[in-house]
Ligand binder design. Structure first.
Ligand code: URP
Ligand code: ZN
Ligand code: ZN
Length: 463
């Protein structure tokens, strides 16, 4: 199968230029001006951007959580990804009690089989850190192709600090990476008790029960453990200015702390929890939405290189029946999480690039190139000869009003309902095969169930 994309603006993390891109057998074979090569499919990309497909390294597809399950499975979630210009997801795989890492991986791969429409990989989440599981980290990095491991400092399934230190040391030996959900559980438990006594149970108190300082303290503690062990850590869904300050402080000392943020922490703020009725529940996620000051600080963090990756934390639950708990009025019982996989690229372009907050090249870096490097996706993340032809033809002028009705995520709302964006993916290719395209007033899925492959990742840092 061959494909020639002509005259588009090829955007890379270091610069952009007009060129043709020739694809054969799923790989980028040649890039150059006016390529004289016959191809089965020719795409005229004049006036469009040719972007590497976005990579979402933070998804919770079909994840059992808080008495229910995240509603997008590998089929609906990756169809939504494809329609949003996301051509690779790295999904969390929560180890169950008694499971080995390999068993957890095989379980989640079986959920993906015959369903997944774009390429994917998995981050094992260590929830039952038995000695033999810690020993298995070597194989997970070297054999299974999963060199990053998620841990939580909150929730019932959190790990303690001693385990965190052990994991940091073990991953360091083989070039792995620990990813951490950093919030101080004791601060949150204490505030939960106080609000419970005071009868403060509305969604707004979800945000108040998880203040910035809870993130700041946990980031700071995690960074100290990294400093002590000489290892590396990646803070997932960084949300606050104060948390970012601790990331910067560590990085300025040469400590290997990396950070990810998400569109919701760049664009939305805690005022959303005050929406009428039980609508504030739409935004119940952890960490919670912060203030405009944190939004601004995080954009700066991206531009200064302290935040390397933008991901979604896609974890959708319907507002009707799930998040509203059929009328139960207690924020602590609302399933935490929100949809986002399909709006990642369009928000970062429209709110980031078009509004002048980041450059086009920076967008490509935080959505694709840096993400691929961070997680060892050697064949992804760039428009470069030899890479997988995961390519988005992006029309920077195409307008779209975000509405749940025109999106593909299996959920009854989007946090961005009614927002107008400029710029849409008009054709998306996964290893050279078209998986979605713009039709009339929305993007349609044109790919195939089961086409996606599990991608073995490589450890990047062997020190
Ligand atoms: O609220 C969130 N973020 N839900 C998903 C689980 C997590 O903590 O990432
Ligand atoms: Zn989390
Ligand atoms: Zn998450």
């Amino acid at each position: 199968m061959s494909l020639l994309i002509q005259n588009g603006l090829v955007v890379t993390s270091t610069g952009s230029y007009t060129a043709d891109v020739y694809v054969e057998d799923g790989k980028i074979k040649t890039i150059g001006a006016n390529l004289d090569i016959a191809a089965q499919t020719i795409v005229d990309a004049k006036g469009k951007y040719v972007l590497p497909g976005a990579i979402d390294p933070h998804t919770h597809l079909a994840m059992p959580f808080m008495g229910t399950s995240a509603q997008d499975d590998y089929e609906t979630g990756t169809i939504a990804a494809a329609c949003g210009g996301v051509t690779c997801v790295v999904d969390f795989d929560l180890q169950q009690k008694g499971e080995s890492i390999l068993q957890a991986l095989e379980r989640k791969k079986s959920w993906a089989k015959d369903k997944v429409v774009v390429d994917y990989s998995l981050h094992p989440a260590i929830m039952d850190p038995r000695p033999e599981v810690i020993e298995e980290i070597k194989d997970a990095i070297q054999k299974y192709g999963t060199p990053s491991f998620k841990i939580f400092m909150v929730y019932d399934f959190r790990v303690d600090d001693a385990t965190m230190i052990r994991l940091l040391k073990e991953t360091k030996k083989y070039g792995g990476l620990v990813q951490v959900h950093a919030e101080n559980v004791h601060i949150i438990d204490h505030l939960n008790e106080e609000f419970e006594k005071a009868g403060k149970l509305a969604p707004y108190y979800h945000a108040k029960s998880r203040p910035n300082i809870a993130e700041e303290e946990a980031v700071s503690r995690a960074a100290k453990m990294v400093e002590m062990t000489g290892s590396r850590i990646y803070i997932v869904h960084l949300s606050s200015k104060e948390g970012l300050d601790r990331v910067k402080e560590a990085r300025n000392k040469g400590v290997n702390v990396f950070a990810e943020t998400c569109p919701q922490y760049l664009l939305l703020d805690e005022e959303r929890y005050k929406e009428s009725g039980f609508n504030g529940a739409k935004y119940v996620m952890s960490p919670p939405l912060r203030t405009k000051e944190s939004n601004k600080a995080l954009w700066e963090g991206i531009n200064q290189g302290h935040v390397q990756v933008v991901a979604t934390d896609h974890c959708p639950f319907d507002i009707k029946g799930k998040k509203d708990m059929n009328g139960t009025d207690d924020y602590k019982k609302i399933p935490n999480g929100a949809p986002g996989i399909e709006t990642l690229l369009i928000l970062m372009h429209s709110e980031g690039v078009v509004k002048g907050r980041i450059s086009l090249e920076k967008m490509v870096d935080v959505l694709s190139t840096a993400t691929a490097k961070m997680f060892g996706l050697a064949d992804k993340g760039d428009i470069q000869v030899g890479k997988d032809a995961d390519i988005v033809i992006f029309d920077p002028k195409q307008k779209f009003t975000i509405t749940q009705e025109k999106l593909h995520m299996n959920v009854d709302y989007t946090p961005y309902e009614g927002m107008q964006v400029t710029g849409m993916p008009v054709q998306v290719f996964s290893r050279g095969k078209k998986v979605s395209e713009w039709k009339d007033d929305h993007v349609e899925f044109v790919g195939q169930k089961g086409y996606g492959r599990f991608v073995k990742r490589i450890p990047l840092n062997k020190k």
